[in-house]
Design a protein around this ligand. Structure first.
Ligand code: FE2
Length: 199
């Protein structure tokens, strides 16, 4: 049985950038629904014991398993999103990660601007990621439930740009939500740990 991940912070701990109401709906309703639906789809299924990442990859390759992919990938994406944030996030970047961002994007501010622009330009529902692919950092966007696991890239951080992620707090102002995410919510330490973790 898949289940919602434990959070390392309280549901009201990301205020004032994400309200408790918004967090409750997003984590407690939207994410919980993906998990519940996934468990329903996997009842008596040959993949019922697969770890989540393997399930995402296997279902992505199997056209008849689209519903399993959508719910498994959305479970993985949301779990990754919660872990990409922390209370009093943003701010100082661990120097080794900062160096890599400067090397790739010229300066951190350019990365942050490009990340907000990419997430704002994603048409419809999706996600904006910082990834490492072939040893290089990059910004990528995915539509709906898609994610870097199926694209040969390693995810370092993500922001959810589905309307349900920001509409209660920001209405239609997706760029403002993305700007708050990258300046005040992102957990740079977690992104750095992921980048420098042994494969
Ligand atoms: Fe979401």
């Amino acid at each position: 049985m898949h289940k919602l991940p434990e959070l390392s912070y309280a549901r009201d701990a990301l205020m004032p950038h994400l309200s408790e109401e918004s967090f409750d709906f997003h984590y407690g309703k939207h994410h919980a629904a993906y998990v519940s639906k996934l468990n329903d789809l996997l009842a008596d299924h040959e993949w019922s014991n697969l770890p989540l990442e393997q399930l995402v990859v296997a279902s992505a390759k199997t056209p008849s398993a689209k519903a399993i992919f959508n719910n498994a990938a959305q479970h993985w994406n949301h779990s990754f999103f919660w872990a990409s944030m922390k209370p009093q996030g943003g701010g100082k970047i661990p120097p080794p990660l900062e160096e890599r961002l400067n090397k790739r994007f010229g300066q951190v501010e350019t990365f942050m601007r490009d990340f907000v622009a990419a997430g704002s330009a994603q048409f419809g529902s999706g996600w904006v990621w910082l990834v490492e692919k072939n040893g290089e950092l990059d910004i990528t966007t995915t539509a709906n439930a898609d994610n870097p696991l199926t694209q040969g890239a390693r995810a370092l951080l993500v922001c959810d740009v589905w309307e349900h992620a920001y509409y209660l707090d920001y209405r239609n102002a997706r760029p403002q939500f993305l700007s708050r995410f990258i300046n005040h919510l992102v957990d740079w330490g977690e992104a750095s740990r992921r980048l420098f973790a042994k494969p």
